[in-house]
Design a protein around this ligand. Structure first.
Ligand SMILES: [Zn+2]
Ligand SMILES: [Zn+2]
Length: 155
């Protein structure tokens, strides 16, 4: 049986699989599906959302399976956990490219802010502290355009 979820970004998907194979991580059909889902996702889904979306294709999959698979991807640095102030849900983000996440303080939507020179921040951090940066987690908060409009209408 082949995976029923085919990712749009095949290169990123293959890269993750190669990396996991090299680390002798067992590649199951559900693992492939979850990787493909994360590579393709334009959103920042929760475990529950991923589970709900994949369940029709993989009826034997459990919530714990999804969670454990995400944990492997987080541990290997492919996926980042996003925790938002005043929200107990953990959201997951495939870090295929350097970006900063912006959270709308009003509706909770998370979007990517692209093409950020995270390298510059790492360099600056090293110059100031002599720390070699291995991981950089930035989360910005703001008000999304839709919520800005809503707020204006209420004035
Ligand atoms: Zn909003
Ligand atoms: Zn993101």
């Amino acid at each position: 049986m082949t995976s029923q979820v085919s990712p749009r970004s095949t290169r990123a998907y293959e890269h993750v699989l190669e990396h996991l194979r090299a680390k002798r991580v067992r590649i199951t059909e559900t693992r492939k599906a979850i990787i493909a889902y994360m590579v393709d996702s334009k959103e920042h889904p929760s475990v529950e959302k991923i589970y709900k979306d994949l369940l029709p294709l993989y009826p034997s999959m459990s919530l714990a399976t999804v969670y454990n698979n995400l944990k492997v991807l987080v541990d290997e640095g492919f996926v980042e956990e996003i925790k938002i102030t005043n929200d107990s849900t953990t959201y997951y983000d495939f870090m295929g490219h350097d970006h900063i996440n912006i959270v709308c303080e009003s509706c909770g939507k998370i979007v990517d802010f692209m093409d950020v020179e995270l390298l510059d921040i790492s360099k600056e951090a090293y110059e100031q502290t002599q720390f070699k940066i291995t991981k950089l987690q930035l989360l910005a908060y703001g008000i999304c355009p839709e919520c800005q409009k809503k707020q204006e209408n209420h004035r």
